[in-house]
Design a protein around this ligand. Structure first.
Ligand code: FES
Length: 129
């Protein structure tokens, strides 16, 4: 089961491929999708469409466990503030194994506090819309 750790909140999420409920933003099983499932706040101003850089994350471990970067992601990332050699767009990279990523503080309004699960915006169950 792939394991994703989000820093600095130090929230670790394990999931089974094909079992993660899709949160309708970014590629299924992308870092953004996993963050939304876990209640970790990862900005996604364009809705996960590779059209902004607010979901920029820095991969600390496990670069090779993320899907290859395609040209769209690479072009978009070029515009990201604080670009590093380990930068990715959270909505575009699909998790295939264990990774540790850091959400840079300029992209971070807050992260899940006190162990509570907070999921901004996507919290309305389908039946209650
Ligand atoms: S959310 Fe906009 S590029 Fe990822």
């Amino acid at each position: 089961m792939p394991k994703v750790t989000f820093l600095p909140a130090n929230v670790t999420v394990e999931f089974e491929h094909g079992e993660l409920p899709y949160k309708e933003h970014g590629k299924p099983e992308s870092l953004l999708d996993i963050a939304l499932n876990a209640g970790v706040q990862l900005e996604h101003a364009c809705g996960g469409n590779c059209a902004c850089t607010t979901c920029h994350v820095i991969v600390k471990q496990g670069d090779g466990n993320l899907s290859e970067m395609d040209d769209d992601e690479a072009d978009r990332l070029d515009m990201a503030a604080g670009l590093t050699l380990h930068s990715r767009l959270g909505c575009q990279c699909v998790v295939q194994g264990d990774v540790v990523v850091e959400i840079p503080d300029w992209n971070r309004n807050y992260v899940s506090e006190g162990g509570g699960s907070i999921n901004l915006g996507e919290a309305i169950p389908a039946g209650r819309r």
